[in-house]
Design a protein around this ligand. Structure first.
Ligand SMILES: O=c1[nH]c(=O)c2[nH]c(=O)[nH]c2[nH]1
Length: 304
């Protein structure tokens, strides 16, 4: 005997662009995102009995995303995600929960002739600002905000020594190495009971995204890193301290290795240790270091 133990469905990869035109100054501001909206509720019979009467078509979900984007602010993404998430259980009594993911792509204003250009932008890197919002009719909103794909490198100021040495170890200790990673940092907000509670803290969403980016880059640059583990813990502690409404901070950092290339075999050329200048960047395998740092006494991490 089989039973449907979990089900959610909706539209993924909905690409959305919205422009704001300031009528007085002529300055335009753009926002481009990729949105996923999944619904949960009394939808079992659509799977188990081929009964489509409970299905809000994913095409209608897509239409709703466009319409709500026209009728509401799309920034900060934490707010637009909450507006989207609240809509479906309010409109359809058999839908009890919504799960929204919004990926915001970078369009950075161009500087032309030394001035910010009113309507021209460039994509400065693969970094995205992501939010995941879940709304349960009887449980309020859980919101996770994150930075993903921010690629950083420091050419010194990183060490790694004192680790386990045994019959499996070949790695040498180092007091000076290259450190590079693709930052994936997530901060999880305390539960919001309703949309009003989300509205009340709107300025905090952009502020913490800016703070988290700055904390990540400042700490990466300034910390004399003993390990990825020790550096990411310092970053997490500071993000928690920056915003009382945040209860958990999670980092997931690949350690993107740069190997020294011995060259002594060729005319005795020295290219290791203090003489290393030419390195071989590795695409894999890579270390992968993760942690979640929580406020003492915080509610357990939400399952989105
Ligand atoms: O910062 C590091 N942490 C590790 O756990 C590790 N393991 C390894 O081989 N190199 C590194 N570097």
């Amino acid at each position: 005997m089989a039973t449907l133990s979990a089900a959610r469905y909706g539209k993924d990869n909905v690409r959305l662009y919205k422009v704001h035109r300031d009528q007085e100054t002529g300055v335009q501001t753009v926002n481009e995102t990729t949105v996923c909206v999944l619904l949960e509720g009394d939808i079992d019979i659509s799977y188990t009995k081929a009964d489509n009467s409970v299905i809000v078509a994913t095409d209608s979900v897509k239409n709703t995303i466009y319409l709500l984007a026209k009728q509401n602010p799309v920034t900060p993404p934490e707010l637009f995600g909450s507006i989207l998430a609240a809509h479906f259980p309010a409109k359809y009594s058999h839908i009890h929960a919504t799960h929204v993911k919004i990926v915001t792509h970078r369009w950075t204003r161009m500087t032309v002739d030394g001035q910010p250009h009113p309507h021209s932008f460039y994509r400065d890197g693969t970094e995205t600002r992501n939010v995941e919002v879940s709304f349960h009719r009887n449980g309020g909103f859980t919101i996770k905000s994150s930075i993903q794909g921010l690629t950083v490198l420091k050419s010194t100021g990183s060490a790694f020594h004192g680790f386990v040495r045994d019959e499996y170890t070949t790695l040498g200790e180092t007091w000076d190495r290259i450190l590079s990673t693709d930052v994936d940092a997530t901060w999880e907000w305390a539960n919001f009971p309703d949309l009003d509670a989300v509205q009340k803290v709107v300025p905090a969403f952009d502020k913490l995204w800016e703070d988290a980016r700055k904390i990540t880059m400042d700490t990466f640059a300034k910390d004399h890193s003993a390990s990825v583990q020790a550096t990411m813990y310092k970053m997490s502690e500071q993000i928690l301290a920056a915003e009382p409404l945040v209860e958990h901070v999670t980092y997931s950092l690949p350690n993107k290795h740069y190997f020294e290339i011995p060259m002594e075999w060729h005319k005795g050329i020295k290219n290791t240790g203090k003489d290393a200048e030419v390195y071989a960047p590795q695409s894999g395998p890579n270390g992968l270091i993760k942690c979640t740092v929580s406020k003492k006494g915080a509610a357990p991490k939400a399952k989105l």
